[in-house]
Design a protein around this ligand. Structure first.
Ligand code: 13P
Length: 251
C-alpha cells in the first residue's frame, strides 16, 4: 500500500464557525498532499462541510450510519442520505459506539454492508480494551470483530477501510508503540488476505493518540496504511503535520 489515508474523526466537536476555519485551513494547507485526506464530522455539519470542501481534495466522512435502508428509525441516518450529501466514508463500530451504545460485532457488520450498498466506504474500527490486552486476548478480540464484518460482507471486503484503535490508546495520550501496532496490523492483513480477492486494496489505519510527533514512525510500519485521528484532527497545524508525514511516507 503506497498511498496513505489520513482521516480525522472530530467526534462530537465543532460549530459552524469553528468548522469553517478548520476546513479552510486544512484544505488550503494540504495543497497537493500525496496521501488521501478525509474529515469525519458530526451529522448536522455534513452539508456545511460538503460545501466547504467543494473543489478541494479533502474528502467527507460521517461518524456512523444506520443498518436500515429507511423508515421508522428515529434519530438514524441512512447510507443513501450520506451518499446524497457527497459523503465518501462512514466510520462504523468505533469503540465509543460499541461501549456507550452497545453496538455488537453483528450490528457493526450490518452497518458496513449498508454503507457499501450505497457507495460509502465504511471505516470499520476494531480494537481491544486494556483489560483484554493485559489478559493476552488482543489477537482474539480483533480477529473476532473483523470476522463478523468479513462474514456479512463476503467478497466486498476489499472495499472497506479498517482502523485498528486500541481502546486504551484513545484520547489517553498513550499511543501503541509502532511494534505493537504493526503486530496487530499484520494479523488483520493476513485475515483479510484469506477472505478477499483484492486484499492489497484495503487500507488498515492506526488510531489512538496519533499526533504530529509520533505519526511518522507509526506510518513507517509496513502494514500501517494511514491514521484515524481524534484530538489532533481538531487543530489544523497538528492535522497538517500528520498529513505531511503521511505524504512523505506515501512516496
Ligand atoms: P484520539 O486521536 O483523540 O486518541 O482518538 C482516536 C480515535 O478514537 C479516532 O477515531
Amino acid at each position: 500500500m503506497t498511498r496513505k489515508l489520513i482521516a480525522g474523526n472530530w467526534k462530537m466537536n465543532g460549530s459552524l464557525a469553528a468548522n469553517e476555519a478548520l476546513v479552510r485551513a486544512v484544505a488550503q494547507g494540504m495543497g497537493n498532499a500525496q496521501c488521501d485526506v478525509a474529515v469525519c464530522v458530526p451529522a448536522p455539519y455534513l452539508a456545511q462541510v460538503a460545501q466547504l470542501r467543494a473543489g478541494t481534495k479533502l474528502e467527507l466522512g460521517a461518524q456512523d450510519v444506520s443498518k436500515h435502508e429507511q423508515g421508522a428509525y428515529t434519530g438514524e441516518v441512512s447510507a443513501a442520505m450520506l451518499r446524497e450529501l457527497g459523503v465518501r466514508y462512514a466510520i462504523v463500530g468505533h469503540s465509543e459506539r460499541r461501549q456507550y451504545h452497545g453496538e455488537t460485532d453483528e450490528l457493526v457488520a450490518d452497518k458496513a454492508k449498508a454503507a457499501l450498498a450505497h457507495g460509502v466506504t465504511p471505516i470499520v474500527c476494531v480494537g481491544e480494551t486494556l483489560a483484554e490486552r493485559e489478559a493476552g486476548q488482543t489477537a482474539d478480540v480483533v480477529k473476532r470483530q473483523m470476522a463478523a464484518v468479513i462474514h456479512v460482507n463476503g467478497h466486498c471486503i476489499s472495499e472497506i477501510v479498517v482502523a485498528y484503535e486500541p481502546v486504551w490508546a484513545i484520547g489517553t495520550g498513550k499511543t501503541a508503540t509502532p511494534e505493537q501496532a504493526q503486530e496487530v496490523h499484520a494479523l488483520l492483513r493476513a485475515q483479510l488476505k484469506a477472505a478477499s480477492t483484492h486484499p492489497e486494496r484495503v487500507h488498515i489505519l492506526y488510531g489512538g493518540s496519533m499526533n504530529a510527533a509520533n505519526a511518522a514512525t507509526l506510518l513507517a510500519q509496513p502494514d500501517i496504511d494511514g491514521g484515524l485521528i481524534g484530538g489532533a484532527s481538531l487543530k489544523a497545524p497538528d492535522f497538517l503535520q500528520i498529513i505531511a508525514a503521511a505524504s512523505a511516507a506515501s512516496k
